[in-house]
Design a protein around this ligand. Structure first.
Ligand SMILES: C[S@@+](CC[C@H](N)C(=O)[O-])C[C@H]1O[C@@H](n2cnc3c(N)ncnc32)[C@H](O)[C@@H]1O
Length: 322
């Protein structure tokens, strides 16, 4: 079994989640997911069941050899291959769980949690929920006293997200509300008002700027996660033209692993070169606009080839709405 998905076995005692963190402590028990990793880094995810066996081409492993013992042990298969056994971390779970849409990767989830300043008790709106990776991170960060309102316009993806999140947390998370709806239509009609943070991971975040501005509390943060430079430019310019947000901050992160062995200390040869760009901006108080930038845009920034929204101070042409 290699996915994070199966029904509980008969007689299995469900364990309560620890403070809704999606983390289990103590001895390994029937029903727990465990990640087995061999010396070459090959990984298998198995769900422990009393009396069951896990088979690979490297031999079989008795689940009973793990049940009742601690994490961080080495188990040996019938053919002598050794495997490390740990419960999966959240960063391992989200990249292995079943997917509908592409997920937010752990390096970007970490950036989102920090830059969008997600805090315990926060009220966060998220769209689209996709496969539920970011929902899982947001729920862990806001905790049971917070609120994460996730919007997903595709019912099939929403169902995948729901199953992934409930699998992780061992049931319905008390802070989570998942709606199958288009954010631009559903948010204005919802009870999501005075929202602390909004995180957008969808194709056209610029289409959401007006409804997000209405839902956010003054001082709140909008964070957009976009895959391409054209999306990046359009969401940044739309936030500027709206006028009710601070100057958007745009960036990306690249994480490069290092090989460290004796005197051979060098970057890894391969890395994930690109995942997405991030943009954040803060909501101004009603009727307030940020101070105008002193620095004019570089000549040609909004020249004849530019077709997007234009800030009022552009010298290349008149301001237009988004
Ligand atoms: C890249 S996926 C999101 C992945 C998700 N953040 C995760 O970590 O698993 C983008 C999702 O946004 C949804 N979507 C696109 N536009 C939307 C909108 N206006 N309202 C709600 N969902 C939307 C799509 O159906 C898709 O599932």
């Amino acid at each position: 079994m290699t996915g994070w998905r199966s029904e509980p076995s008969a007689g299995e005692v469900p364990q309560p989640p620890v403070a809704w963190a999606g983390v289990r402590h103590g001895c390994l028990a029937a029903g727990d997911w465990v990640r087995l990793t061999d010396a070459k880094g090959r990984r298998h995810n198995i769900r422990l069941g009393a009396g069951e066996q896990f088979f690979t081409s490297k031999g079989s492993i008795e689940h009973d050899d793990l049940i009742g013992g601690p994490e961080g042990v080495v188990v040996t298969s019938s053919k002598g291959t050794q495997y490390l056994a740990f419960r999966p971390l959240l960063s391992e779970y989200v990249v292995s769980m079943p997917r509908g849409a592409a997920v937010v990767y752990p390096k970007d989830a970490a950036q989102i949690l920090t830059s969008a300043d997600i805090f315990p008790g926060a009220h966060v709106v998220e769209a689209g929920a996709g496969s539920g990776s970011l929902s899982a991170y947001l729920l862990r960060a806001v905790g049971p006293t917070g609120r994460v309102s996730s919007y997903e316009r595709r019912a099939d993806f929403a169902e995948i997200a729901r199953r992934n999140v409930e699998q992780l947390y061992g049931g319905e998370h008390p802070a989570w509300q998942l709606s199958v709806a288009d954010l631009t239509e559903a948010l204005p009609a919802s009870t999501d008002r005075d929202v602390d943070r909004v995180v957008l991971d969808l194709l056209a975040p610029w289409e959401c700027v007006d409804v997000v501005a209405d839902a956010l509390t003054p001082g709140g943060i909008v964070c957009a996660y976009v895959a391409t430079t054209t999306q990046l430019a359009r969401v940044v310019e739309t936030l500027r033209v709206h006028g009710g947000f601070t100057e958007p901050h745009a960036w990306e992160t690249m994480v490069r692993g290092w090989h460290v062995e004796g005197l051979a200390v060098r970057p890894e040869h391969s890395m994930v070169g690109h995942t997405a760009f991030l943009v954040t901006a803060r909501r101004m108080a009603p009727g307030q606009s940020p101070p105008t930038r002193r620095r004019r845009p570089a000549p040609g920034s909004y020249g004849p080839d530019y077709t997007g929204p234009r800030p009022a101070e552009s010298r290349d042409g008149p301001a237009t709405s988004a």
